[in-house]
Design a protein around this ligand. Sequence first.
Ligand SMILES: [Zn+2]
Length: 242
Amino acid sequence: MRTQGTQLSLFQTPGSSDPFAVRVSERARRLTARVHVGGRVEIVVPMGVNPRMVRDFVRRFTPWIDRKVEAMRCAAEPAVEVPPEVRLAFSEERFAVEWRPAAKRVLAERGGRLELLAPDASGARGLLQGWLKQAAAARLAPALLELAARLDIRVGRVAIRRQRTRWGSCSTRGTVSLNCSLLFLHPDVVRYLFVHELAHTRHMNHSASFWRLVERIEPDYRRLDRELLAGWRTVPAWVFTS
Ligand SMILES: [Zn+2]
């Protein structure tokens, strides 16, 4: 559609805080309001219609537009909550995410692509969350065990969890739990978390002896501890959105 320039003025409608994009169209025969997915409103105006007529039109249709905007916002919400890609800083990998709505729930990893079939965005996120835990088991657990072997520290079991509040933990039985979101952090920060948890197998506290052991293995532990704490900001929201 050819449009008369792209000079779009923004109108503020009474009773609504939403600005409307106004597009003058050569082909339009009458005033129309369009509400796009996500809630963007566009008023299409034929040539020669003056601004007052546009304002009157918008005022008359404001209740309809508001209802439509509400509906289109809801329709758009799930779509933006499935990420277009997943980047793992730990392993410097990136995966393009392709979600297609379907009754069943299937995730297939093909090369650098994650192909999802799920009925809705929530289902798609659930598949991604499951995949993240598997990806963490495959990447983090061997790295932890390798470091433990080099330090001559025995680890009973490695568990992968999806938690909001902690990066890792260590039980008295020697089970080390790792947060799958560690995959979003850089390897040196993740290695520090490993060192921290492995040191807990010797000292189940944060005593001076604990920190001496940590420092012996990782002299730069203070900086890395701060980075680990700041790391929560790098975890994408979809990880915790059900
Ligand atoms: Zn600790």
